[in-house]
Design a protein around this ligand. Structure first.
Ligand code: PEP
Ligand code: MG
Length: 754
């Protein structure tokens, strides 16, 4: 069917909204108002039909008012959520804009409405607090395309209608509460940050701000409310700057100043004023502009813009809180005993604010595998998934959520069937966990008697029980940067000493490898200014910062030496690119050691092998250290020029590439030659098949997150070493990008548990 461009049909949103506002102000029943609104919208859109469907109990959408469809079908036509075009909109909470409705696969013909003669169809969800409570539809005989601006006008009208819909006069509010339109069982996809599977009620990190009044008859009053709210927000920022004593050096001050600049942004202000002039309340205007900007800016890929979106979002939310009055604005929900936390983004400090015993899982819209939050989630051993689009708008507080981090899936409000199926997976997962638990008391030894040292990667949280099991030698990587990231300033010596000393106390007799701070890069600390860096991962981070500011390093070394207090101290320096850096950092450490009154009983010094340049200085390195630890997270990203923080790059190179494994083999051989201990602490070791390959190239010491120990131990106990080594050596000759499929087949054939 030929499409007609829509240039001739101009819709004045201002005029339409004013008319609707007048209708809302008139003394009439809700049904009468609804009837008038649909007539106004049909005329405004120069379309024959405008209809409103509202949600009834049992997920039924009932035709509540229509201009254009047969009158007899009003209150007669009913559709299930998910059925037909209207049901599709309710299910997905997304608009549909079709020039030829009947060719859409979801089109269902309803003879009683007489709608077969209408060709074009545009429908938008009527939302309340992120939940679909109805659908607003415009149809016309002409096969025309509605513009995105027109769809937007319709969305604004839908916002206004939601106020009418929740008045309780059309559909009993109780009924609306139980209806779950747009809240159908949904499966969302994301990227796994931390393994596991969990089932619990959802808690939204930032509770939704619920607007109950959208239309106002007095735009001047709304403008005044807006101005007052803005002023009070600006004043609260000013007060904060003064009481917190922020100086020009503070990054916080810069952030607040950016916010203050936004509050004066002419474009932003004029959009809000325009929306209020059209008849929206101040809060509805702020929300409308917030959503428009979010939609527009999130199309852009620049990380700078993404950060600005976050700032704007935050600012708008603060403004909404002032306008709505926090007490009424926030849906005060009781926190369930255990829950799955859902957030757009979440900083490490935010995550640490929650009781880690109650938080069962984490679902994020943004974030990546190596973000700080991911590191902490793994340290807390909670399953976590990121890159789950629209999670915060689809998941409602209190919804049942099943998070299957293994498969990268989030099941929201699962129906009985899905729930049953997933309960089975949860059970299987629990059984596997139980099997691993049963391995707690057995050593990590291969079938032919080779011991593999298993260690745990930790930082802040240490699941001491997992370190104290048989076959776990200690902590192979203690990331000390987490306290730097979560405090307001560099932690003082005593605070650090206490933290490190508590590790010794909790894990008597176990080896703990403390890594000096690897701050910077993606592990930003708010009080350290690196300036703008295009590639922070290759920028001012870790030991580089320490060598420029030796005072910070000295404090950490002092704290570690004091914490060891007569026990062995294992210290490892990250991000070493040249032997000279190792020598420089070592000099600082040795000086601290010399100056300290208390001495550790033993000192072992090592470095991370994570920058490719060091691969050609291995002899010199090995002569100067007691141990090395291979960090594949960084090493892999630099070897393959493949950003570890970019999820879309994740599939480009396999960790089981023969190239990567040859590098590991060479490091292992060089270490052996020099009688230096070598271990592997990169994330890839957490997967049993990857750990199998590492063992195949000679790695005998692995450090991974606590949850990975059981599966790795099970794998180790099913391996026969000489055969594995010979086969992996053979596979390493391959020029294929990955040996995964061959190794996987080998494991299956040889009964290796991976
Ligand atoms: C690594 O780079 O592999 C590593 C273990 O360190 P981090 O992930 O802390 O950079
Ligand atoms: Mg690293």
């Amino acid at each position: 069917m030929p499409k007609v461009k829509n240039a001739t049909i101009s819709i004045s949103p201002l005029y339409l909204l004013r008319q609707i506002r007048d209708v809302m102000a008139q003394a009439a029943t809700a049904q009468e108002r609804l009837d008038r609104v649909v007539a106004i919208v049909a005329a405004g859109f120069a379309s024959e039909v405008c209809s409103v469907y509202l949600l009834r109990a049992g997920d039924i959408l009932e035709l509540y008012a229509s201009k254009g469809l047969k009158e007899s079908s009003v209150h007669m036509t009913r559709l299930g959520v998910g059925r037909g075009l209207v049901g599709e909109i309710a299910a997905n909470a997304e608009p549909l804009n079709l020039a030829d409705a009947s060719s859409h696969p979801k089109f269902e013909y309803r003879p009683e409405t007489g709608e077969e003669i209408y060709s074009s169809f545009v429908g938008v969800p009527v939302l309340q607090g992120g939940k679909v409570i109805g659908v607003l539809v415009v149809q016309s005989k002409l096969a025309r395309e509605y513009t995105s601006d027109q769809v937007e006008v319709l969305q604004t009208i839908a916002m206004v209608l939601s106020e009418l819909a929740i008045s309780g006069q059309l559909v009993d509010t109780q009924e609306l509460k139980t209806a779950t339109g747009g809240l159908m069982s949904q499966q969302l996809m994301g990227v796994r940050l931390s393994s596991g599977i969990a089932k619990a009620q959802a808690v939204l990190h930032q509770p939704q701000l619920v607007i109950t009044q959208y239309v106002s008859a007095d735009p001047d009053h709304e403008k005044e409310r807006f101005e007052n709210a803005l002023r009070s927000l600006q004043e609260s920022f000013d007060r904060y700057i003064q009481t917190a004593g922020l100086t020009d050096e503070d990054e916080q001050l810069q952030i607040i100043e950016t916010y203050l600049l936004f509050t004066q942004d002419r474009g932003w202000l004029s959009r809000i004023h325009e929306a209020m002039a059209s008849g929206l309340t101040a809060e509805a205007a702020v929300r409308k502009v917030q959503e428009e900007l979010h939609a527009r800016m999130s199309q852009m890929a620049s990380p700078y813009i993404k950060e600005r979106i976050q700032d704007l979002e935050d600012l708008s939310n603060r403004l909404l809180q002032v306008l709505l009055g926090t007490e009424t604005a926030l849906e005060v929900k009781e926190m369930p005993d255990t829950f799955i936390l859902v957030a757009r983004t979440l900083g490490p400090a935010d995550l640490l604010d929650y009781d880690h015993k109650r938080i069962k899982g984490l679902v994020l819209e943004e974030g990546s595998m190596t973000s700080h939050t991911a590191v902490i989630a793994r340290a807390m051993d909670i399953p976590a998934i990121a890159k789950v689009e629209k999670a915060t708008s689809i998941v409602q507080a209190g919804d049942l959520v099943i998070l299957d981090a293994e498969g990268g899936n989030v099941y929201v409000r699962p129906n009985d069937q899905v729930e049953q199926m997933l309960d089975q997976s949860i059970q299987q997962y629990a059984q596997r966990e139980a099997q691993y638990m049963a391995l707690r008391d057995v050593p990590a030894v291969t079938k032919d008697g080779h011991s593999i040292s298993l260690n745990i990667n930790a930082g802040l949280f240490v699941d001491t029980a997992s370190v104290l099991q048989e076959g776990v030698d200690g902590i192979g990587l203690y990331r000390t940067e987490l306290p730097y990231m979560t405090s307001d300033n560099f932690p003082e010596v005593e605070a650090q000493r206490q933290m490190y000393a508590s590790m010794y106390k909790q894990l008597p007799g176990k080896r703990i490898i403390f890594r000096s701070f690897d701050i910077g890069g993606d592990k930003k600390v708010p009080y350290l200014h690196a300036g703008e860096e295009e590639n922070p991962a290759m920028g001012w981070r870790a030991t580089r910062i320490g060598l420029e500011h030796p005072g910070i390093l000295r404090k950490q070394f002092r704290a570690l030496i004091m914490a060891a207090d007569g026990q062995p101290l294992h210290i490892m320096f990250p991000f070493i690119a040249q032997v000279s850096e190792l020598e420089a950092v070592r000099r600082i450490f040795d000086q601290e050691l010399k100056d300290s009154e208390v001495k550790p009983s033993l000192v072992k010094v090592g470095i991370m092998i994570e920058i490719p340049s060091i691969l050609w200085q291995l002899d010199e390195v090995m002569q100067r250290v007691d141990f090395v630890s291979i960090g594949s997270n960084d090493l892999m990203q630099f070897l393959f020029a493949c950003d570890r923080g970019a999820p879309h790059m994740a599939g480009h190179y396999d960790t089981l590439s023969p190239v990567m494994l040859r590098v590991v083999r060479d490091v292992v051989n060089k270490a052996k030659q020099h009688n230096v201990e070598v271990s592997f602490c990169g994330e890839m070791a957490r997967k049993p098949l990857d750990a199998l390959a590492l063992i195949g190239v000679g790695v005998r010491s692995i450090s991974a997150s606590a949850s990975a120990i059981g599966p790795i131990k099970a794998m180790v106990r099913s391996v026969s070493m000489p055969e594995l080594e010979a086969y992996v050596a053979y596979l390493l000759e391959s020029s294929d990008p990955s040996i995964r499929q061959w190794l996987s087949a080998y494991a299956a054939d040889h009964g290796i548990v991976v």
